[in-house]
Design a protein around this ligand. Structure first.
Ligand code: GDP
Length: 366
């Protein structure tokens, strides 16, 4: 899973990104960690892994990971190719979801590019660039389809969709609020355009330290961001990027104390990961053995063979069955043997829909 961090200059993107990568770098011994300074790999906190790793005496415990891309430089005029604008938009096209950082903190020492703190105006500025970029994509597609539709009558339906979608965007609305029909062709076309404004968005409301404990409840800027997000089916989470940066420097014990002092249960990073999982409909299943205990990220509704394919394509191709026990059952029983005796280890076939926290052993043909 790949998340892109966007936002106007000076809202706290780099501060947030740096805290994410610093926090992530220690626990993630991933070889692809430092290819690109704008990409950070962050592990998904999951207490179940530690427990399983101990139960199985695993040599290695490998958490699921999320990749963050820092997409700085998206400014007014980006869609017209001003500055490096188009390059940034191309980067956004590759991510699964967008984390849009908006400034909700007052600090006279930090200049705002548009002169005042107004997160809803900022959101509109960025979203307009994304909308312009999407309109351009639709126009190119319309030109192509209109030409082909003269020969191929079936394309008239796509042409109609394109035009109606374009009209929607021209009203300043995002593609994800377009009332798409259940028609399978239309759904497939819509997905194929890979529009920026169809991507899920999480607004990160960057507040000052004082607003953290009550989750921004007394910050009127945050209230406006929440309204805006609700209108377009987006998520909001409240963060103080500066504090995150400080937290990222601490070891685990110090971190726990620091969070307690602030009246918080979890760091912003953990909240962000939980929010992205929810927004993208993701869950984790687990594999455990002497060599490794590991979490694998899948979307809700994924069936056993496709889940197996996350580990290796051979597992999917040669899938026979899955031996499944839920994490809670395994912990209740204390061991795999006990769980088997109680009949809690199930044999599931290719239509089984994998659940969050399933511990799975796949059987497959090579
Ligand atoms: P970017 O341009 O969006 O990447 O913004 P930066 O992360 O570089 O932050 C811009 C300035 O705002 C820096 O001087 C940061 O120290 C400051 N800043 C970032 N987050 C916070 C915050 O939560 N509170 C305050 N007071 N300042 C912040």
């Amino acid at each position: 899973m790949k998340l892109g961090i966007v936002g106007l200059p000076n809202v706290g993107k780099s501060t947030l990104f740096n805290s994410l990568t610093k926090a992530g770098a220690e626990s993630a011994n991933y070889p692809f960690c430092t290819i690109d300074p704008n990409v950070g790999i962050v592990t998904v906190p999951d207490n179940r892994l530690k427990v399983l790793g101990e139960m199985y005496h695993s040599k290695k415990v490998t958490p699921a990971v999320i990749e963050f891309v820092d997409i700085a430089g998206l400014v007014k005029g980006a869609s017209k190719g001003e500055g490096l604008g188009n390059q940034f938009l191309a980067n956004i096209r590759e991510v699964d979801a967008i984390v849009h950082v908006v400034r909700c903190f007052e600090d006279t020492n930090v200049v705002h590019v548009d002169g005042s703190i107004d997160p809803v105006r900022d959101i509109e500025t960025i979203n307009l660039e994304l909308i312009f970029s999407d309109i351009e994509i639709l126009e190119r597609r319309i030109a192509k389809v209109t030409k082909q539709a003269r020969m191929d009558k079936t394309l008239a339906k796509e042409e109609a969709l394109l035009k109606s979608l374009k009209a929607h965007l021209e009203e300043g609305k995002m593609a994800k609020t377009y009332p798409l029909s259940d028609d399978e062709d239309e759904q497939a076309w819509f997905a194929s355009y890979n529009l920026l404004t169809a991507k899920p968005v999480i607004y990160a409301a960057n507040v000052s330290e004082d607003d953290l404990a009550d989750d921004g409840a007394n910050n009127p800027h945050v209230a406006r961001v929440r309204e805006q997000a609700a209108a377009e089916n987006s998520e909001v989470f409240v963060i103080c990027a500066q504090i995150e940066q400080e937290i990222a420097e601490l070891d685990d014990d110090e971190k726990a104390m620091f969070l307690e002092d602030l009246g918080l249960k979890e760091s912003g990073l953990e909240k962000l990961i939980a929010a992205s999982y929810k927004l993208l409909g993701l869950i984790s299943y687990l594999t455990s053995g002497e060599d490794e205990t590991r979490a694998w990220t899948i979307t809700k509704g994924t069936k056993a063979p496709q889940a197996a394919g996350k580990i290796h394509t051979d597992f999917e191709r040669g899938f026979i069955r899955a031996e499944v026990v839920s994490y809670d059952h395994l912990i209740e029983c204390g061991s795999m043997t006990a769980a088997k005796e109680k009949g809690l280890v199930r044999l599931e076939g290719k239509d089984y829909v994998v659940q969050d926290g399933d511990i799975i052993l796949f059987r497959f043909n090579v």
